[in-house]
Each structure stands twice: as C-alpha cells, then as structure tokens.
Design a protein around this ligand. Structure first.
Ligand code: PLP
Length: 435
C-alpha cells in the first residue's frame, strides 16, 4: 500500500478508470489529489496519511447517525454471523418494509433493491407497465442515478424530447424523456398539453439536492401531482437523498398535513434506508406495486436484493432516528451554514445559502445573491470560487463535498468540538474564495 494519498491515487489510476468507482470522488471539479480513506468514526474520517477530517459528506447521506455508530455496527456484525446472503426471503426484509410503511403514508408496499439507480429505474419501468405509456418527464438538474433514460439532457426549446446526457445512451432511449425546467408549473403544463396522453410518469427529486440544494417552491410538488393526475400519468417522488434525512418521513413528511400536502404514486429511497450498506427501495400504491413480478407482468429482480446484512444496518439506522436526532441535525445544519455564510460575508464573498430542511449548500456570485430556483440559476453562479474554498477547508482538516453542485451533509455526531473545527477553518477558506 502506498502511504500517501498521491501514491494511492497513482496506484488506483493504474487499476481503476480514473482511480475511482464513482466519478465525483476523483475531485475533477475541484482539482488536486483525492483523499484515500481508511476509517471513519462519528463526525470524522481518516486518510491513508493518518490525517483526520471533520466530514461534511457523510457518505453522501447514509451516515446520518455518524460513522460507525455502535448500534448499526453491532447489528451488522450480528447479522453477518448468521450468514451473508441467502437468496431467499427473510423476516427482516418484511420488518424494514413495515418500518417504512408505518412512517410514509403513500407507501403501501415496498420492494427492496440495492442502489438508488435500481430503485428509480424499476419505478419507471413499473410506471410504464402500469400506464401502458412510454414517455418520462424529468426536471433539469434533478439526478436519479445513471440508468440510460435518466441520463438525458434538454434539447433546444420547450416540450422537445431529450438528447443523450452520456456517450453510450442511445438517442432513441433519450428521446423517450422530456426534460422540463424545475419550479416552473407552466412549463410542465405546456409539456402535458403537447404530449399528455403519452406520458407515463413525472419523476422528481422531492427537494432537489444534486445541483446544489434547490428546494421546491411552495406548492410545486402538489402542482406536479395534480397536473400529472389530470393527464393520467403517475408521479415518482425520488427520496433517495431526502428520505429519512430531512425528517422521519422525508420531504413528503415535511409537507404532509400542510396546505401543500401531496401524494405521489411511487416513491424511491436509498442512502439512509441502508445506513451505509447497499439498500434502496421503491414503494407506493398497492395496486401499482402489485403489478411487479411475481404478481404482475412488470419484471424486476436482484440476487442481493434484501441482503440480510444490509437490511440489518437499515433497520438499526431507522430504529435510532428519533426526534432528538432530527433536532441535532437541524442544529448542526443551522450552526454550520450560518457560520459559513458569516465567514463568506466577512471576506466579502457574494453568496447565498440554499436550504431544504437540514440539507444545505452555497451558491456564489452577485447574480445569485437572492438564491437560485432552477438548474439555469445554479449554473449561472461563480463556481470558480468553490475549489479554493474547498481546498483551504481540506488543508485545515474539513472534508466538504468535492463539487459546488452537491449538498452538504451533517450527522448526529457533529458535536460542538467538530463544529468548532469547521469554524476555525472558515476565515482562511472564505478569503481564498474572495480572490
Ligand atoms: N436519486 C437521487 C435523488 C440521488 O441523490 C441518487 C444518488 O445520489 C440516486 C437517485 C442514485 O442512487 P445510487 O447512487 O445509489 O445509485
């Protein structure tokens, strides 16, 4: 083993494309050498050089209790001792499904898969199988994993079919996706007016957090559901990132019981539901979910779906998420985001804090001081201010998401000591962003 991050990166690049198993880890948008991690505990991660960092990535969300939480690790070790994988049904799969169904009203049935990509891909197939229609609507800047039909980019002009968003995606597949600006009900209305009888489903992040954080405008999710239902289409609310993170019932739960309450037909989950192990899920109305094989004609399967060790981590994590955890997340999120904002202001860096529940990120530049509401807005920011900020924080022992277009994640283990370390790093980092 190389004993520096640079040596590990060299070694990895000779063995793995780009040295990484998921592109953002390569630091492509911030430059520099990725940290190769060897351990994570509580609010901290440790790299191969033995340096410790306050972690504001949290494995992109799953580590909601903090890394290597004792309750989760014990559950995993116990389950592993009983067998790693059975390829057969287990009582614990049902327990996890019941835990989700008790918390989230629109979920009457749940099917477990292993990744968020699989969850959204399967939900889309199910929506097509149920409606007998082919076209999918998604919002610009929303990310739902890397299946072909979702790697689609808006063509020129509204209500036109998408172009491939990656080499290897056939144009004929991208052409079944319509990409619509976010937070723009009129644009969605226009798409339904032109193509309504061909649209199987609208897929949306319940609150967007993959172009930085961009919350839905008040009532937007409700408007999406109403419009889709008027035209016989389904709504897939993707809570892979927000589910169980922004509250016990995810983003859906934050709006439930309010004037803007909405009821998606299908929902997808990932990240927190597996507590750091590969679990994801699709769920929703029983009459739709029961169209899945073996009951119905829509095929979906997985050798490791419902894996007993992964499910044990999910159950232990959801079981530990009481109101004190969400209070802690909210406090840490407020404290850190306000501290960052104050430091940036002090250094004269124009910016805005973007938030959705306890998720937050920052946009930079005078033009975006009022915040952004869609992908065009997020892209218009002075993104060049982020890499120097990121690296100054990293040098001072704080690990941030290596892209300005990602959410920051806190955990219940971000205590005063961890937050103090973030605050100590901020003035120099904010000055770096000012230059
Ligand atoms: N949906 C959303 C909202 C996500 O944030 C992600 C991943 O970041 C996915 C789907 C894909 O999940 P996975 O990376 O587990 O395939």
């Amino acid at each position: 083993m190389g004993d520096t991050n640079a040596a590990e990166f060299d070694r990895a690049r000779a063995a793995i494309p780009g040295g990484v198993n998921s592109p953002v880890r390569a630091y492509g948008s911030v430059g520099g050498t990725p940290r190769f991690l060897t351990a994570a505990r509580g609010a901290y991660v440790t790299d191969v050089e033995g340096r410790e960092y306050v972690d504001l990535v949290a494995s992109w969300g799953p580590a909601i209790l903090g890394h290597a939480d004792g309750r989760v690790v014990r559950a995993v070790v116990d389950a592993a001792g009983r067998g790693l994988s059975f390829g057969a049904s287990t009582p614990t799969e049902t327990e996890l499904a019941e835990l989700v169904e008790q918390r989230i009203g629109p979920v009457e049935r749940l099917r477990l898969v292993s990744t968020g990509t699989e969850a959204t891909m399967s939900a889309i197939r199910l929506a097509r199988g149920y409606t007998g229609r082919d076209v999918l609507v998604k919002f610009a800047g929303h990310y739902h994993g890397h299946s072909d039909g979702l790697l689609a980019e808006a063509g020129s002009g509204l209500a036109t079919f998408a172009l491939p968003g990656s080499a290897g995606v056939p144009a004929s597949i991208a052409a079944l996706t319509l990409v619509v600006p976010y937070n723009d009900p009129d644009a969605l209305r226009a798409v339904f007016a032109s193509h309504g009888d061909r649209i199987a489903a609208v897929i949306m992040e319940a609150a967007a957090a993959n172009m930085g954080v961009v919350a839905p405008d008040t009532g937007f999710n409700r408007a999406v559901v109403d419009l889709a239902h008027e035209h016989g289409a389904l709504v897939i609310s993707d809570e892979v990132l927000t589910g169980f993170r922004v509250g016990p019932a995810g983003w859906w739960g934050l709006e439930d019981g309010t004037e803007t309450a909405y009821t998606p037909d299908l929902m997808t989950f990932g990240k927190v539901i597996g507590g750091g192990m590969p679990v994801a899920a699709l769920g929703g109305r029983a009459d739709i979910m029961d169209r899945l094989a073996p009951l119905g004609p829509v095929y979906q399967a997985g050798t490791l779906s419902g894996n007993p060790v992964a499910v044990a981590a999910g159950i232990a994590t959801l079981g530990a998420l009481d109101s004190s955890v969400y209070r802690r997340l909210e406090e840490a999120s407020r404290h850190i985001s306000e501290g960052v904002s104050a430091a940036l202001a002090e250094a004269g860096v124009p910016h805005a804090v973007q938030r959705a529940g306890n998720l937050f990120s920052f946009v930079f530049g005078d033009e975006v001081r009022a915040g952004v509401r869609d992908y065009a807005g997020a892209q218009s920011q002075e993104a060049w201010r982020y890499p120097p900020f990121f690296h100054a924080m990293l040098d001072a022992g704080v690990s941030l998401p290596p892209s300005v277009f990602e959410a920051w994640f806190v955990t219940a283990a971000h205590d005063e000591a961890a937050i103090d370390r973030v605050f100590a790093a901020l003035p120099a980092a904010a000055r770096a962003a000012a230059e």
